[in-house]
Design a protein around this ligand. Structure first.
Ligand SMILES: [Zn+2]
Length: 168
């Protein structure tokens, strides 16, 4: 797993959120991209993963994020595990660069047929990527087209307060 901590360095633009209490605004097209990728993996009985790209903002309630794109590359995957292929890291950076927004605000991966939750390994991976900072983890199960998004709050993983929006 590459260390990608750009959310720490990204400047937070001051902008009031449109819905109080929401910490993640997720563009519909981002969900489509993740779901499409998860379906491709499902056809091969493999997990998939990628990064969620977007922007971080701050207002009087604190920080929040807007998800606007995804990035991924070659993977090393089985039906119960996935990681970026170390030989494809250049491709991952190119994929990141194809996005207008270049802040990594989260990551996604699929659980083909075994439900949306954070395993112990998922929690460890999430904390490695994002530390205690703003970062979201989307888990998709393509077998029943479900999606859950989690966030780490003071060391505890809980569902994110998310709104799905038309394209942002
Ligand atoms: Zn998992």
């Amino acid at each position: 797993m590459p260390k990608i901590i750009s959310s720490e360095e990204a400047a937070r633009v001051r902008r009031k959120r449109s819905v109080t209490g929401t910490e993640l605004f997720m563009g519909k097209s981002v969900i489509s991209k993740m779901a499409f990728h998860a379906d491709l993996g499902f056809a091969d009985n493999k997990e998939v993963m990628g990064l969620i790209m977007g922007s971080l903002y701050v207002d009087d309630e604190g920080e929040y994020a807007v998800a606007e794109g995804t990035a991924t590359s070659g993977l090393v995957a089985t039906d119960v595990s996935v990681r970026f292929d170390p030989d494809s890291i250049e491709d991952l950076f190119s994929s990141i660069d194809e996005n207008k927004c270049n802040t990594v605000i989260g990551w996604y991966h699929s659980h083909p047929g075994f439900g949306c939750y954070m395993s112990d390994v998922d929690v460890k991976t999430h904390k490695e990527i994002f530390g205690g900072r703003t970062g979201f983890s989307a888990v998709l199960d393509p077998s029943d087209e479900t999606l859950m998004v989690f966030v780490n709050e003071d060391g505890k993983i809980r569902p994110a307060r998310m709104i799905v929006s038309e394209d942002l």
